[in-house]
Design a protein around this ligand. Sequence first.
Ligand code: ADQ
Length: 732
Amino acid sequence: MKRLIIISNRLPITVQRKEGQLTFQESVGGLAKGLASFYKTHDSFWIGWPGVAREKIKRTEKKTVIETLKRKKCYPVFLSQRHVELYYNGFCNRTIWPLFHYFTEFTEYSDNYWEAYKKVNELFAKAVLEIANEDDVIWIHDYHLMLLPGLLRKRLKNNPMGFFLHIPFPSFEVFRLLPWRNEIIQGLLGADLIGFHTYDYVRHFLSSAHRIGGYEHSYGQIYVDTRLVKVDAFPMGIDFEKFYNSSLEKSVQREIKRIRNKTHNRKIVLSVDRLDYTKGIIRRLETFDYFLDKNPAYKDKVTLILVAVPTRTKIDQYRVIKKQLEELVGKINGKHSALGWVPIWYLYRSLPFKTLAALYNIADVCLVTPLRDGMNLVAKEYVASKRDGKGVLILSEMAGAAKELAEAIIVNPNNREEITEALKKALNMKEREQKKRTKKMQERIRRYNVSRWAKDFIEKLHFIKETQLKLKENRLNKDVEERMLSHYKRSRNRLLLLDYDGTLVPFKERPELARPDKKILNLLRNLTEDERNEVIIVSGRDKHTLEKWFFRLDINLIAEHGGWIKPRGEEWKTLEPFKTDWKEEIRKILEKYVDSTPGSFIEEKEFSLAWHYRKVDYELGLVRARELKDDIFHIVANSDIEILEGHKVIEIKNAGINKGRAVLNWLNSNSWDFILAIGDDWTDEDIFEILPEEAYSIKVGWAPSKAKYYVDDYREIRKLLFEMEELNNETP
Ligand code: ADQ
């Protein structure tokens, strides 16, 4: 296996200065903990900031730091105090973090922060380039390094490069607020694979990439120039066995006993988070207060253990929330405490694993109610720790984890009544029910654990890389082109099958603007005038339009995807009489869609009806097209009517009509010694499919195709045809 280079803002090892001495400790936080077990067991290297400002390390110590980290397979990026302030506390945690969690009121837009962010991403790029080899696999993590893929791509052209975002990707309406949105999108698109926790975030990203950068996607695949980029969801998992087996450890058992001695037989509700405003801790406490007000019977029967890990303490909002929290805990405890019972135990610290695991083990209920959370690993860790299956998870629908943990009691974190009810339900849930739910969730978390998650991501990355290479191999290159042209030159009987829109002219939003220009008309004329050539325009357009555009040329025309055929010098004809009595019913449906989809329109042809949505808002168009297909599908089922999906068009036509069938006669009518077919959408696949082995077929644009070669766009086709035209002039 190739070497894996993981890059994240923080290394899994944090360097600190304590009482004058440098110490090396494992880092806290979802990413560091989650990936640590994976990277230790692989041939990998981790690049990141060791957590201490450059100024705090003496020159003489720097070497020791590097050496010590190297033994732990880490490579440090040293950041100055100023960078930490402007990049980390600034752009990362005062701009991106609040914005991506929908806290727009906390978001600060500062050019200084942005400049520092760019600079630090460059420092990371420099560090990667110092150690990366040509075939290393590169995996970049999180919102601190969103420019890094773009920066690295300029230098590492071929390395497989993945990016994973651990926080939500917000909807376009929120993302667009960022003044540097375009740079962020471009930066991310340097990666070959971009991963998110949930499909919602994938959708949001694709929508922003389209609206901001104009990138269209097909099933999560985007073409960035000539490079294929995949965007997909990979819900991050945890080290399941570690939590599942925790209750078997002696140290954990001792902790359980110690805590039990203090909580007696009371029910335990657990709350564990970094002390972050996104986690909804204040609202959670207010709700607990409300719960006790409304349900006094639970007083003295329930204890809330509230664990908050100190985090980002240099940032105002975090200081404020800490103060608010402490005041609130004091207020609630003052209000409800009784002799021998305090409703809330508040711990403001990072806990060793044995204590955290003990708390997960004994908690009857885990209350996880973030206002927004990319995934939330605490929820998964709690469920995993329940070896006996007893315990209830209450989980916010705003956490990515809610998509996988459907057996939890899912709540809206802003809904006090709902959470109060959920608490009651959880505290009274029958053991059998608890076990049933927990086991279901455990099955899922066990299967898709953190190693599977990482493996899955890396495998997908390799797959994309392979697909890119395959595509490259099929690209029409100089050699093939020369071979094709020399074959053309030698041949005496040539058949040229040319699609029109997107192949000879660019695909236009307004179809009427795609009429042939002088250059293309001259080109076609010269090609058709050579008596060795038989040229056919094979289009989906109606016959009147083709007639109007090409009537001066001695050319063969196929209209309506094969519904109408006009051999040169002859009149239009059909291959067989096709029925059209289905059109009325279908037209009515299409009209409904035109009414509810601004920008869409119907094109009526003799044997087909087409609903175009090229002018429609991108996402609405995709949704409506899917709905329309579903609607029509059940009407046309078991009939000889067919739904055809072209480039931004849904066409309904007789099943017997297709471009392949229409050109079949020509194919068989002569012993051609040169055949070339070119097309850009999947209606052209019917031609590619029936061509003899020795024929040349070219797909315009990248997508899976039966064509032998592909080119990027119509300009390359024109160039090729011009070269053929030149050859006509050369030879007598
Ligand atoms: P976080 O916001 O840090 O992660 P989370 O996913 O819950 O949130 O991870 C927290 C981690 O810290 C857990 O592994 C937990 O065990 C640990 N932890 C919490 N409290 C602790 C304590 N008191 N002592 C010791 N350890 C403690 C970010 C995103 C999340 C996303 C993760 C991973 O914000 O949405 O799930 O990355 O992608």
